[in-house]
Design a protein around this ligand. Structure first.
Ligand code: FES
Length: 161
C-alpha cells in the first residue's frame, strides 16, 4: 500500500461516519470474506422524497479491516439521497470515493462494502420494481381490461308473497 493511500485511509478513519447499529432500519445486509475473516454489516433506512423512496441514512459495523471501515464510511455518505437502484449502480471504485484507486490486495475490502450494499438493497430494489411494474408488466391488468371484462351476471331471486 502506498504511503499516500495509507494517509487517506487514516484520514477517513480519524472521523469515521455512520458507524454502529441502527435501530429501526428498513433493510440490513451482511457479508463476510472467508479468506481474511472480515465481516461487514450495513443498516439502511429509507424516506420518501419527491415521490421516490430514497436512502435517508446508512450505518455499518465492521471488525478490524481499516480499508473496509474507510470505504464503508465514505460509501454510507455517498448513497444518501439515492434510490436503491441508483446506489446499486455505483461501481466499487466509486464507493471508495476519495480514497482513490486501491491496490489489488485491498480491492476485496471495497468489494466487501459493495457486497453488503447489494445484500441490503437488492431486496428493496426488487420490491420497488414490483410496485412499479403493473405499468410495464405485459400480463398486468390494464384499465381497458377492467372495462372490457364481462360483468358478473346478477342473479335475481324473487320471494314468494
Ligand atoms: Fe479483508 Fe480488508 S483485509 S476486508
Amino acid at each position: 500500500m502506498t504511503e499516500d493511500l495509507q494517509k487517506r485511509i487514516q484520514a477517513a478513519l480519524a472521523n469515521p461516519q455512520n458507524m454502529g447499529e441502527m435501530a429501526g432500519a428498513d433493510s440490513i445486509g451482511t457479508v463476510g470474506n472467508a479468506d481474511c475473516g472480515e465481516m461487514l454489516r450495513l443498516w439502511v433506512k429509507f424516506k420518501e422524497q419527491n415521490g421516490k423512496r430514497v436512502i435517508d441514512r446508512a450505518t455499518f459495523q465492521s471488525f478490524g479491516c481499516e480499508t473496509a471501515i474507510a470505504v464503508a464510511s465514505l460509501a454510507t455518505e455517498l448513497i444518501r439521497g439515492k434510490t436503491a437502484e441508483e446506489a446499486l449502480a455505483l461501481k466499487t471504485e466509486e464507493l471508495a470515493g476519495e480514497l482513490g484507486p486501491l491496490p489489488p490486495m485491498k480491492i476485496h475490502c471495497a468489494q466487501l462494502v459493495e457486497g453488503a450494499l447489494r445484500s441490503a438493497l437488492e431486496p428493496v430494489a426488487a420490491e420497488t420494481k414490483k410496485e412499479i411494474s403493473p405499468a410495464t408488466n405485459p400480463n398486468a391488468p390494464t384499465l381497458l381490461d377492467s372495462f372490457s371484462k364481462p360483468k358478473e351476471s346478477v342473479k335475481l331471486t324473487f320471494l314468494d308473497e
